[in-house]
Design a protein around this ligand. Structure first.
Ligand code: NAD
Length: 283
């Protein structure tokens, strides 16, 4: 049986550090606050927002929401970004993406004050992930994957890591973060030829394809650590990952479940960034 890499164990350790930082800020009269901008009523946005709001509450971080209709204009969304930029009481901002298609997402993302860019929305922050220079914050989801590896003492140095998925939000930055940890990294995508044999070579397999159950037993081998980033809803309406857990788990060494894996860590990473943004400004 594989070792389960449980989000709640990683989150418990992260939360202790965050709570200590929140206490230090509050002693100085600073109330760390997350600004949330949501355009429209996308179900997965609302569900993530609920989780983030709850986690903020637990950790003593305030939330301020700006909710706009799905048909909001470019000017309305830019005005919302301008408002949070100018509000000294908001330290970090979460903007749900992708934005509705009629909006110019790049312009809106780059309008955010880099100091408040806690989810790597601006080009400047993303460049920091690729250049290795400390600019802003890394994206929360791939950082959550790294937090899991660190928490369970999984050393990446010299290991073969395979990332499935090349999105700018997860796959590409995850690959850069693994390189920083001295892994030898291969990135797979929809055009990869014979992906199962590439994936079987990995010591560490990070899966972010956004396709339920795409990683079957043919993709894995004994000794591997598998991090499943996927969040999908299966035919029975249940949450599931990109990994066919039931058939993969008996083969590999360690695996994250879905739900209960990367998702819950991502939320704490986000709140941690908000608190860090406040610390950078005031402490
Ligand atoms: P995306 O759709 O933007 O990108 C998916 C990537 O996977 C693309 O590069 C695509 O080429 C590749 N891909 C698609 N099908 C593939 C296949 N069959 N084989 C190989 N590669 C394939 O998705 P994303 O934003 O990167 O998110 C990936 C998954 O992670 C989604 O399920 C999403 O819901 C989930 N997600 C989870 C969290 C979290 O906190 N756990 C956060 C963000 C996204």
């Amino acid at each position: 049986m594989a070792k389960q890499l449980l989000g709640k164990e990683v989150t418990a350790a992260l939360n202790e550090r965050i709570k200590a930082d929140v206490a230090a800020l509050k002693e100085k009269g600073i109330n760390p606050t997350l600004g949330i901008i949501r355009v429209g009523e996308n179900e997965s946005d609302i569900s993530y927002e609920r989780g983030a709001t709850k986690r903020c509450e637990t950790l003593g971080v305030a939330c301020e929401k700006i909710l706009l209709p799905a048909d909001a204009t470019q000017e309305q969304v830019l005005a919302a970004v301008d408002k949070v930029n100018k509000d000294d009481n908001i330290h970090g901002v979460l903007l749900f993406r992708p934005l509705p298609k009629h909006l110019n997402q790049t312009e809106i993302e780059n309008a955010l004050d880099p100091a408040k860019d806690v989810d790597c929305m601006t080009d400047g922050s993303m460049s920091g992930v690729f250049t290795g220079k400390a600019v802003g914050f890394p994206p929360c989801t791939p950082q959550a994957c790294m937090e899991i590896l660190d928490h369970y003492g999984i050393d990446c140095t010299g290991k073969k890591a395979v990332v499935i998925g090349r999105s700018l939000v997860v796959g590409k930055p995850a690959a850069m973060m693994l390189i920083k940890k001295n892994a030898t990294v291969t990135v797979c995508h929809t055009r990869t030829v014979d992906m199962p044999s590439v994936a079987r070579e990995a010591d560490i397999l990070i899966v972010a394809a956004g396709r339920a159950g795409v990683v079957t037993k043919d993709y894995v081998a004994p000794g591997q650590t598998v991090i499943d980033v996927g969040i999908n809803v299966n035919a029975e309406g249940k949450l599931c990952g990109d990994v066919a857990y039931a058939e993969v788990e008996p083969i590999v060494d360690a695996i994250t479940p879905v739900p209960g894996g990367v998702g819950s860590v991502t939320t704490s990473v986000l709140v941690g960034h908000v608190v860090e943004a406040a610390k950078r400004k005031y402490l």
